[in-house]
Design a protein around this ligand. Structure first.
Ligand code: HAM
Length: 419
């Protein structure tokens, strides 16, 4: 086959018709389950102001310093959203959603953009579903958010996951920990990996996330953030764990878990799957009690998570889980001759009105080719029409699975389809 002239950008993927059914299935599942958890959908624009993303996520994070797609037009700077927490908070503040009363319990589904080096489970345009609960500092909110996340994977049958849990405390706890961490690493600074050397000044907490071999001895012997938590942070973390225990949600406390955005406070978590390879995080989230204020709103605590949809599908493939039905159509009208073709076209809408899907040949093909096409389309029934059928008012109604045929008036066919 000739090389096409135009192809997608690196790391951007078309979702083709053969694949789209599993997307639709997952999206529907998320919507149905979100209703059960009393979550409401929010949709925000694909583009945001660069300033929002830089302030929200943090200037020195990998996402902002290396991965955002941005451009300007006139005096305006745009960025393709790399995540939705900062945009949802922007929307909350802009539209005074606090005036609706109570906590805002929001969910979203949509594309995000990060200019990362593509590999399995890592794309430049990828999709997330996620939840943001804005307006509660109660550990109940943390646990409900985690429970929803786990619930979706359980519903699908992805159960061999590990929930990693940590608390990175309030800003004061974190500052004293960062000092202790830097004091610990300083004598061995020269032996750290280049990435960690860079992070040492810019974002020292992220050193804990290093996968580089040469960093591991220094990470393993590092002080633990959980030993630096204030009493309030300790109490919050303890309650989160107690409630998770009460719900029977298993977790692994991981004092090395730090997340990639600066907005996090207190609870941080990730859901890991052994079926994903090196990009093993299915989902991640945590509290961000200072972000609303950072973006210009009133001090408002919040917690949320986001999950990578492509990674969920990779896990499904590994586990042999098929999502969504095969493509099919209820009725294929097979016609012979012009009059039958006209009749067929006019009857499609009556069939569809019974709630059955219906199609016919668009290419003027032979009856044999049409029958073949009906099989290819996975048609449940065929209605076969020629001049003879039009005259007699009796149409051949063929069961494409059992191969039985009956001659029936069109009204009777509609009756049967309606059942
Ligand atoms: P995140 O950990 O950056 O968190 O992303 C969440 C999930 O999105 C990851 O666990 C992964 O499954 C998926 N993901 C991230 N980058 C890619 C990529 N390049 N290709 C494919 N999948 C990817 C956030 O985005 C936070 N906003 C989560 C959050 C919500 N925290 C509080 N509320």
């Amino acid at each position: 086959m000739a090389q096409p002239k135009y192809i997608t950008h690196l790391g951007m993927v078309d979702i083709l018709p053969d694949d789209v059914r599993k997307w639709q299935y997952l999206e529907q599942l998320i919507r149905t389950e979100a209703e059960l958890f009393n979550l409401e959908e929010i949709r925000t624009p694909i583009m945001e102001q660069t300033e929002l993303i830089v302030r929200g996520i943090g200037k020195l994070t990998d996402i902002v310093s290396k991965e955002i797609f941005s451009f300007s037009r006139g005096d305006d700077n745009y960025v393709l959203r790399p995540e939705l927490t900062a945009p949802v908070v922007r929307s909350y503040v802009e539209h005074h959603l606090e005036q609706r009363g109570g906590s805002q319990k929001l969910y979203y589904i949509g594309p995000m953009f990060r200019a990362e080096r593509p590999q399995k489970g890592r794309q430049r345009q990828f999709h997330q579903f996620g939840v943001e609960v804005i307006g509660s500092d109660d550990p109940v909110a943390d646990v409900e958010v985690i429970a929803f996340m786990i619930h979706i994977y359980n519903k699908i049958g992805i159960t061999n996951t590990t929930l990693k849990l940590n608390s990175i405390g309030d800003p004061e706890s974190r500052l004293s920990y960062i000092k202790a961490l830097k004091d610990h690493l300083k004598p061995d600074y020269d032996k750290l990996s280049e990435v960690s050397k860079e992070r040492f000044n810019k974002n020292p907490l992220r050193i804990l996330d290093s996968k580089e071999e040469e960093d591991q001895p220094y990470i393993e012997s590092a002080p633990l953030i959980t030993d630096y938590l204030s009493e309030k942070s300790q109490a919050h973390y303890k309650l989160v764990k107690t409630y998770l225990d009460d719900l029977g949600i298993k977790y692994e406390a991981d004092p090395y878990l730090v997340r990639g955005m600066d907005y996090y406070t207190e609870t941080a978590f990730e859901l890991i799957s052994p079926d994903l390879g090196s990009q093993d995080a299915l989902a991640g989230g945590g509290r961000y009690d200072l972000l609303v204020e950072e973006i210009g709103g009133q001090p408002t605590p919040a917690v949320g998570f986001a999950a990578g949809m492509e990674r969920l599908f990779i896990a499904c493939e590994e586990l042999g889980i098929q999502l969504g039905d095969e493509k099919k159509v209820d009725v294929y009208i097979v016609t012979l001759g012009d009059a039958a073709r006209k009749w067929g076209l006019s009857k499609l809408s009556s069939i569809r009105a019974t709630g059955s899907s219906a199609t016919m040949d668009y290419k003027g093909r032979s009856m044999k080719a049409q029958m073949k096409d009906a099989n290819r389309e996975n048609a449940r029934f065929a209605i076969i029409v020629g001049d003879h059928e039009l005259e007699s008012g009796q149409f051949t109604f063929r069961d494409m699975i059992g191969s039985d045929e009956e001659a029936l008036p069109f009204r009777e066919i509609l009756n049967r389809l309606g059942k």
